[in-house]
Design a protein around this ligand. Structure first.
Ligand code: AMP
Length: 150
């Protein structure tokens, strides 16, 4: 019987699947929400990673969180976007992966999150793994198996 550890070896490592940090849109912990919203709207992403000035991963900020924060009793109070910093409302309790983990390790996490951040041993941000990249791998694997049986 094949063990879980053996089966993981058949799949690519996270470092071979991830979008590298230089291609990932991000914001800094001290940025005002106004800047974060601009990055999110311009990039078209619903959430992006938050880093500190040493490139250490700190959390994730989303459009939903920003809009929730600025929603007053009757209307959006957009003047608050310049008063609040990203670290005050970001989600800091998010799972991360290591570059040496395997794709299977990302699967469970990607059920609840559209992307998972990859950090090295020092906590520095290395990149992200997205649902898209994992689904692409599965699709490739499926078609390879089909070819094998044809
Ligand atoms: P996808 O699986 O490609 O739809 O990506 C899922 C989520 O990952 C997106 O909604 C974004 O929040 C995030 N994402 C994907 N690519 C990037 C990127 N290059 N920079 C920042 N965030 C990204």
């Amino acid at each position: 019987m094949v063990s879980l550890e053996q089966s993981k070896l058949e799949w690519p490592k996270i470092k071979d699947l991830m979008i590298p940090s230089e291609k990932v849109a991000h914001v800094q912990i001290g940025n005002p929400l106004e800047h974060a919203l601009l990055v999110l709207v311009k990039s078209g992403y619903s959430a992006v990673p938050v880093l500190d000035p040493t490139y250490t991963f700190q959390g994730v900020i989303s459009k939903t969180k920003i809009l929730e924060e600025t929603l007053g009793i009757e209307e959006f109070e957009l003047n608050r976007l310049g008063e609040i910093q990203v670290h005050e409302i970001m989600d800091a309790e998010v799972p991360c992966l290591s570059p040496e983990d395997h794709m299977i390790d990302a699967l469970h996490k990607l059920i609840d999150y559209p992307f998972v951040c990859v950090t090295n041993e020092a906590g520095e941000f290395d990149g992200i793994v997205t649902r898209r990249s994992v689904l692409k791998q599965y699709s490739k694997h499926y078609h390879e198996i089909l070819k094998h049986y044809e």
